[in-house]
Design a protein around this ligand. Structure first.
Ligand code: CA
Length: 232
């Protein structure tokens, strides 16, 4: 018997659910589906899926509430699928522990890439900076042991704060980190340094991006946060 990773699709629109299901099945995932939030919670408990694709607009419980109750006892990766371009809602989803979001309509390749990233991050959860000597993304190399950074083999000089921000994003490459999350990681929980973050980000981009107005390494998720790309 094959042991394919199980993905739970929580989606009340049949067309979209079938579309996603067809993509996943043909890419060697095993699919389970439901249309209601209440079912999503019970199916997560009984099937222990590898990942959940969670629509936010559900007929019974709001997807945000579903995420909240799953996170009380499970750290299964959750990708929020949303038709709404509502930034506040995306931030709320991340704060509740969503791993990523994808906005409808989306392409097959994008969906599969997001799923692979979220599953991989779950598996690499036991990240130990002492065992991971170097992070390479395109021409950018971060040596977390020696604490130095190079871009296309030229040394880049960052301030300690800039370094911490870059390392945090690089360790989470492929994932969106919210402004609030980054600020808490860098400056601690008791201040709100979003302006300082923006200033530092502008400086980092000036140092590592060819064209800071069109960044290749660190992308802005408008109103939500930043995402370091996984590869260039
Ligand atoms: Ca829906």
């Amino acid at each position: 018997m094959e042991n394919k990773p199980i993905i739970l699709i929580v989606e009340d629109e049949k067309g979209i659910s079938n579309f996603i299901s067809a993509i996943l099945t043909s890419n060697d995932y095993s699919v389970i589906k439901c249309t209601k939030g209440s079912e999503a919670v019970s199916m997560t408990a009984s099937y222990c899926p590898e990942l959940i694709l969670l629509d936010l607009g559900l007929p019974d419980i709001d997807g945000i509430e579903v995420l909240r109750s799953i996170r009380e006892w499970s750290d299964v990766p959750v990708i929020v699928v949303t038709a709404r371009n509502n930034e506040a809602e995306k931030v709320e989803a991340f704060d509740l522990g969503a791993d990523d979001y994808i906005t409808k309509p989306f392409g097959t390749m994008e969906l599969l890439a997001r799923i692979r990233t979220a599953i991989r991050h779950k598996q690499n959860n036991s990240y130990n900076p002492l065992q991971t000597d170097k992070i390479k993304i395109g021409g950018l190399v971060i040596d977390a042991v020696k604490r130095n950074i190079s871009l296309d083999e030229k040394v880049i000089h960052l301030t300690p704060i800039e370094y911490k921000i870059l390392l945090l994003l690089a360790k989470n490459a492929g994932r969106v980190l919210t402004l609030d999350f980054i600020c808490k990681e860098i400056w601690g929980p008791y201040t709100n340094e979003q302006n300082a973050l923006r200033v530092n980000m502008a400086n980092i981009r000036r140092k590592i991006e060819e064209n800071p107005a069109e960044p290749k390494y660190i992308l802005t998720e408008v109103g939500v946060g930043y995402r370091m790309v996984e590869g260039i």
